[in-house]
Design a protein around this ligand. Structure first.
Ligand SMILES: CC(C)(COP(=O)(O)OP(=O)(O)OC[C@H]1O[C@@H](n2cnc3c(N)ncnc32)[C@H](O)[C@@H]1OP(=O)(O)O)[C@@H](O)C(=O)NCCC(=O)NCCS
Length: 172
């Protein structure tokens, strides 16, 4: 049985970074040798520009994601989530969903973030179940990746939809 009670969200220890990079290697590192893939991750400008968060249970590293911070626009305090992955050995136990829920809670409660974007490369229903909405088709920038947003309860969804085409971030 999976225990979701004793898990904590925190910035990963520096010594855990290789494990973090390897979490999504089955999808993002296809056809690459492990060392080649790790080197690419270590030098990735995208990875350096965000802040990593990880879900731990005791010392076990379960899931991780990267938080990107974008400029605010008026009342809109914007962030993005990316590079979401769960250790292959712990998938389908609820940890991927839990790290997203905990990160949304952390960003909205501690930093007043009220719009959180992500680009879904998988079936969008996974993120819809976590409160993200798919941005209308006419505002999408890519054919193969859905831009989705979580909108805080302080914002009206309609106002947000009226305004947000100005600041939808490109793929991150
Ligand atoms: C997507 C991912 C993070 C989910 O992590 P997880 O810990 O297994 O997530 P959970 O246990 O909370 O949820 C599992 C659900 O995700 C679904 N899921 C996993 N991979 C999926 C995919 N490629 N497409 C659609 N749904 C997927 C599972 O079917 C399952 O659905 P269910 O709850 O209805 O049975 C994990 O599969 C992963 O690391 N994948 C590789 C990296 C990746 O593709 N990241 C997403 C980039 S947008």
């Amino acid at each position: 049985m999976t225990n979701l009670d004793n898990v904590i969200l925190k910035e990963p220890d520096i010594t855990d970074m290789d494990q973090i990079y390897m979490m999504g290697a089955d999808v993002w590192g296809k056809d690459q040798q492990k060392n080649e893939y790790l080197n690419e991750c270590k030098n990735s400008i995208k990875y350096k520009s965000g802040q990593w968060f990880a879900l731990y249970s005791e010392n076990k590293l379960l899931s991780s994601l990267l938080v990107h911070r974008f400029d605010s626009h008026g009342d809109f305090n914007l962030c993005g989530l990316g590079s979401i992955a769960t250790n292959l050995n712990y998938r389908n136990k609820g940890y991927g969903s839990l790290i997203i829920k905990k990160t949304v809670e952390f960003l909205s409660c501690t930093e007043n973030v009220n719009i959180i974007f992500l680009y879904s490369d998988i079936d969008a229903s996974f993120y819809e179940n976590l409160g993200f909405i798919r941005i209308p088709k006419n505002l999408q920038k890519y054919d193969d990746s859905d831009c989705m947003a979580w909108v805080g309860s302080d914002l009206s969804l309609n106002n947000f939809l009226d305004d947000f085409d100005d600041f939808i971030p490109s793929y991150f």
